[in-house]
Design a protein around this ligand. Structure first.
Ligand SMILES: [Zn+2]
Length: 500
């Protein structure tokens, strides 16, 4: 090791969707997180903050590259990906010679014409630094682990929590493992074992008795063994269409590949055994509303998982809204929708104005029909808020011009711009209180539990059209070939795929 180890740090952290959503261009990163050079070193939160915090405990020289993150959407445009990857690589080249590389990535990014940007970036880094300089990568636990990633990285470490709140700690773990490797204290040797289980994140919490929580506890318990440096469990982001999609476990041992392979084979078999528990029970919006009316009080949460902005959807579905209108129930209801034209029309008309507006299914028209709805503009907002936790904790986010539009007993929260749901920041930003509603439509597969878990009187997961559905059994994948669960309930003679 040279006197002061030089460690390069940077990457692209984005989750992408093949089934729908708008392409991601550079403007989305510019309006979320795009840091270059010293701006990277100023980060104190999330995964980059954690990496830097751990590096500062050691005598090392962190060399910043670029770091870009944004809310999930469709694939990154070719132009945007080439620009970011180019800027990242250019800085990596200039930083040579290096003693180590730290890459804070997601694992389920997609670019136009490239299904594995992370694998490509790790390979490019490897070809540049050579076989002896360690590369440690941190990933979301919804990563799509490819052979390319496993082949070219020394270590892949996934977040351990969902809802995600350990990005900072994972950044620290990654930096420490890299430092120990550079110092010659260990030799990371890893394997990934996966099975073709492609389920949504609905039953994927790492809390309580969720099936995924059980699997995670087992996977992490393997870290108690002296020979094991790190373990991760991955529930694949299921809204891509790639070959070899699957979920399972990854184990990094100290120079013992046979042990790593045998442990991940075991995790993958356990994962397969729990597949039915991971697949959620769903119902139609109409059935959920009828059941919700039988529940005493509120709020009752109607989980329209298929339109999750945090999973890449456009957020402009009105399927549950339409079901509420058609049901004729007179119950205070809150429904979010992204519709910049409708929000602008409300702002132009002003508070108190009665309007007829075409609403919904304009940003991504594949999933339903726009309908014209008449209501009253109840309040107008700038749409700014600050995240109270998660990957963007403390980050100022903006929904753009936002309006609360009343249609009978329904308050439609019309936003201009898609944002990630962490807690109930968006609802609070328009001065509404979740306690005041009988029905709340939540458009995410997990964080509604955060936002409303303590106050909800009932929760129903809906099966509606959209690019982030609660169940994948109806999706017509092209690259992902049968058999896979849940399209196939049983697969005869299945053996886990072991990557190393
Ligand atoms: Zn995730």
């Amino acid at each position: 090791m040279s006197n002061t180890p030089r460690i390069a740090l940077g990457g692209i952290l984005t989750e992408c969707n093949h089934l729908g959503g708008l392409p991601i261009d550079i403007s989305l990163y510019e309006s979320t997180e795009l840091f270059r050079d010293d701006e990277v070193l100023q980060q104190t939160m999330s995964v980059v903050g954690g990496m830097l915090e751990a590096l500062r405990q050691q005598d090392v020289e962190p060399i910043p590259l670029i770091f870009a993150s944004a809310c999930a959407a469709g694939p990154i445009t070719r132009e945007c990906y080439e620009q970011l990857r180019g800027e990242w690589y250019e800085r990596l080249e200039l930083a040579m010679p290096l003693d180590g590389v730290l890459l804070p990535l997601h694992g389920s990014a997609l670019a136009e014409g490239c299904d594995d940007p992370e694998g490509e970036m790790i390979r490019m880094a490897r070809e540049l630094v050579g076989p002896d300089v360690p590369i440690v990568v941190t990933l979301d636990l919804h990563a799509y682990i490819t052979a390319e990633m496993v082949k070219h990285a020394d270590a892949l470490l996934g977040w351990e929590t969902y809802p995600h709140h350990d990005q900072f700690q994972t950044g620290q773990r990654g930096a420490r493992l890299l430092f120990d490797t550079i110092a010659g204290k260990c030799k990371p040797t890893m394997s990934m074992g996966k099975v073709p289980v492609v389920t949504s994140a609905i039953n994927g919490s790492t809390n309580d008795d969720d099936p995924f929580a059980d699997l995670m506890r087992y996977t992490k318990s393997l870290e108690e063994r002296d020979e094991v440096l790190s373990t991760s469990l991955f529930l694949i982001h299921p809204y891509m269409d790639c070959e070899e999609m699957g979920s399972g476990g990854l184990v990094i041992t100290d120079n013992d590949i046979e042990l790593a392979k045998s442990l991940v084979g075991d995790i993958a078999e356990r994962y397969w055994d729990r597949r039915h528990d991971l697949e959620p029970e769903t119902m139609s919006p109409a059935a959920a509303i009828a059941k919700g009316m039988e529940v005493d009080g509120g709020p009752v949460i109607l989980v329209e998982c298929a339109d999750c902005c945090g999973g890449g959807a456009a957020g402009d579905s009105i399927h549950t809204l339409s079901a509420l209108i058609e049901s004729g129930v007179d119950a205070e209801s809150l429904v979010p929708v992204i519709d910049p034209e409708a929000a602008a029309a409300c702002h132009e008309a002003g508070v108190g104005a009665e309007l007829s507006l075409p609403i919904g299914h304009k940003r991504d028209p594949r999933w339903g029909e726009t309908r014209t709805l008449t209501g009253t503009v109840e309040s107008l907002h700038d749409g700014n808020f600050v995240y109270t936790g998660g990957q963007w904790e403390g980050h100022q986010e903006h929904m753009g011009p936002t309006a609360v539009f009343r249609i009978g007993s329904i308050k439609l929260m019309i936003m201009s711009r898609a944002t990630y749901d962490w807690h109930d920041e968006q609802v609070r930003a328009v001065d509404l209180d979740p306690q005041d509603f009988k029905f709340i439509v939540a458009k995410n597969p997990m964080n509604y539990r955060h936002a409303y878990g303590k106050i909800a009187k009932g929760i129903f997961v809906l099966d509606t059209p959209g690019p982030t559905p609660a169940t994948l059994k109806h999706v017509d994948f092209k690259k992902l070939k049968r058999p896979y669960f849940p399209a196939d309930m049983e697969i005869e003679g299945l053996e886990p795929t072991i990557l190393c």
